[in-house]
Design a protein. Structure first.
Length: 590
């Protein structure tokens, strides 16, 4: 599962894994393995698995690590070999209905957790098991772990979820908005075998998504448009807001309170499933027991979705400092030795939260997420021009007297020219969309920073919008702009106007009435903004190729077509009566 705009990089990683390209730190090594292991479930379904053990395993009872995956167990052979070489039994299980497992695959269903709990207890009964079972995996493999702990299997000793999605928060719906990528992922996991080449055919999917944008068909017809009618896709489309339908698939407060096992959560600043991973973490911190919360550790780095498992320095056209690259598999090994054997605590983990300060090339630790920052930088938005372009922009500064009553942009949903731009590899440093802005977006710049300043945490934008339409989608992005004019994307957020209050029921805009929007779902990041750098806030319609089309009408968005299109005139107020401001969390002074 990947953030739609980062799809090209998720595809690359997936294809590397499926093609057998060696990964750093996971060199092939001779270990013993047993293919075709059968694991009976209580309902008679048999799950298939491959078991890896050290060559000298005979007569030994081993701690076991298990990964349960819909992506076919063969993909994880390098991982399994690594851990078997270090003294663990490693079991890779095909999810029900995938690979060689019986049954029907129901993606993101409660069946994953039921099966996971049964697998854990089956392992504990085996003669080669010492009764201690840890779970491992990223993305769907991370979600699987959270689904399994709901059932509190007795022998589950630890979990280490990486880049874990959270139902209704980041997949298959994020910020109340669907994405064309949903049907692409459903195609990947269709049938029983891997669909990697179909999933990875970027040209095919790009053409289909462009056809969806240009032809003006409804989003609920996308599965038919791409030639993959899907009951799952249609079912998910019924629930665009976070409600009891999605809640049934995630741990409840009562279930979280019962957790008392060590947990290691890992995500990245550019990981498309960061919102999900952090939602799992924050829910546990909110509802967990004192003992449970004391054993939950969090690691945040400057990684994309795949980088959370295989960290690398270059992402999206930007090269991070060399300290961002560390032995992720070594950390995992140390974690499992600590929690399931007699190993010492991982040296990398100094406190409950470990995070990388990009720009400073430094890892820091804190006892909690909230303790990272203790003050705020508040920048008030203003502009002397009503319509913005790359050369006439608004400002952001600490003064409340910034001039101008409002700024305005116009969004014609029938104009698909912005959607026709191809995905770019340097998505973190690319400025083409900003440069091409001319009355169809808003740009605000801060003054140059007088000293290097660490921003660590979640930004928040409080903005007053007025519009002539019942609904529209508004995207906001934050950048650091360096002295030489180059830039780096830091974090973004998007709000669908009808769900601006985050309720389950839509609240349509009243034309001509300024209404306060709070953008509080930016991604967490940590960055030492350089002396002389500026910050840029970019506000625009969310109408890219990887986004669901909103034609600005009151019709349910999944059913809107070009016939529903209404041109939106969107005003962002920044007057004394309606002040708009960006609030940034600043790290504690050292």
């Amino acid at each position: 599962m990947c953030k739609p705009q980062l799809l090209v990089f998720c595809l690359t990683t997936l294809l590397m894994a499926s093609s057998g390209i060696a990964d750093p730190g996971r060199a092939d090594t001779e270990v013993d393995f047993t293919w075709g292991v059968e694991i009976p479930m209580a309902d008679g379904t048999v799950l298939a698995a491959t078991l890896y053990r050290p060559l000298d395993y005979k007569g030994k009872k081993l701690p076991t690590i298990v990964t349960i995956t819909p992506y076919i167990s063969d993909r994880y052979q390098p991982d399994a070999q690594y851990f078997a070489r270090h003294g663990f039994a490693f079991l890779v299980v095909d999810t029900r209905g995938r690979g060689n497992s019986d049954g029907e695959f129901l993606p993101l269903s409660n069946q994953d957790g039921i099966d996971g709990a049964e697998v854990v207890q089956w392992i504990a009964r085996q003669p080669w098991s010492n009764g201690k079972v840890g779970m491992r995996g990223g993305s769907y493999g991370g979600y699987n772990q959270w689904s399994t702990v709901r059932h509190a299997p007795k022998n589950l000793t630890t979990i280490a979820p990486v880049a874990s999605p959270y139902h209704g928060i980041d997949f298959p719906v994020a910020n109340n908005i669907g994405a064309p990528y949903i049907i692409q992922w459903i195609t990947l996991t269709s049938g029983v075998t891997a669909q990697n080449r179909i999933f990875g055919d970027a040209k095919f999917w790009g053409k289909k998504y462009l056809a969806y944008h240009q032809n003006g068909v409804a989003f609920n017809e996308l599965d038919a448009l791409v030639g993959r009618p899907s009951e799952v896709f249609q079912q998910w489309l019924k629930y665009s807001s976070y409600d009891p339908y999605w809640e049934q698939f995630v741990p409840s407060p009562q279930e979280l309170k019962k957790l008392a096992l060590p947990i290691l959560t890992i995500t990245g600043y550019h990981d498309g499933d960061q919102p999900g991973a952090m939602k799992h973490y924050s829910q546990h911190m909110k509802y967990g027991s004192k003992r449970g919360k004391a054993q939950h550790y969090l690691i945040l780095g400057p990684w994309d979705h795949s980088g959370t498992r295989l960290p690398r320095l270059e992402i999206g056209g930007h090269t991070f400092g060399d300290k961002a690259l560390f032995d992720a598999f070594g950390l995992d090994k140390d974690w499992y030795l600590w929690t399931m054997s007699d190993g010492a605590s991982p040296e990398f983990i100094k406190d409950k939260v470990t995070y990388f300060v990009a720009g400073a090339n430094q890892w820091k630790s804190a006892p909690s997420l909230e303790s990272i920052s203790d003050r705020e930088l508040v920048l008030t938005l203003g502009a002397d021009v009503t319509e913005h372009n790359a050369y006439q922009t608004g400002v952001m500064n600490e003064s409340t007297d910034v001039g101008g009553e409002f700024s305005r942009y116009v969004y014609d949903p029938l104009d698909t020219s912005k959607a026709e731009r191809p995905l770019v590899a340097d998505y973190l440093t690319d400025q083409s969309e900003v440069i091409q802005t001319d009355g169809d977006g808003l740009i605000f710049h801060s003054a140059p920073f007088e000293a290097a300043t660490e921003i660590s945490g979640y930004p928040r934008l409080e903005a007053w919008f007025e519009m002539n339409v019942a609904d529209t989608d508004i995207a906001v992005s934050l950048y650091e702009v360096f002295e030489d004019g180059s830039s780096l994307a830091l974090a973004d957020d998007v709000v669908r106007a009808r769900y601006r209050d985050k309720g389950a029921s839509p609240q349509f805009m009243q034309p001509g009435k300024p209404t306060k929007f709070v953008f509080e779902d930016f991604y967490f990041f940590s960055r030492l903004v350089a002396q002389g750098s500026r910050l840029r806030l970019f506000v625009r319609p969310a109408n890219g190729l990887q986004q669901q089309r909103n034609y600005n009408s009151a019709t349910p968005v999944i059913a809107q077509t070009r016939k529903d299109a209404v041109t939106a005139v969107v005003k962002l107020h920044h007057s004394k009566d309606y002040p708009s401001r960006l609030i940034l969390p600043l790290a504690k002074a050292q």
